[in-house]
Design a protein. Sequence first.
Length: 72
Amino acid sequence: MPPFGPITRQDLIRYLRQIGFEGPYAGGKHQYMVRGTLRLVLPNPHRDDIGRDLLSRILEQADISREEWERL
């Protein structure tokens, strides 16, 4: 179960795959993942973890509730 907090990009991708997203795929300036008709843009890799605020925005765009995220 991932806590709702800072997370590495690789862990984010792994958990999104568990929820049913496919990818990441190359696309323009950012990679993206797909689930059905939903296309989720991923932040570019960098040294620091993805913070709570950005994680919250990513999950909102992916239509994933905080409770569903923490149940993984």
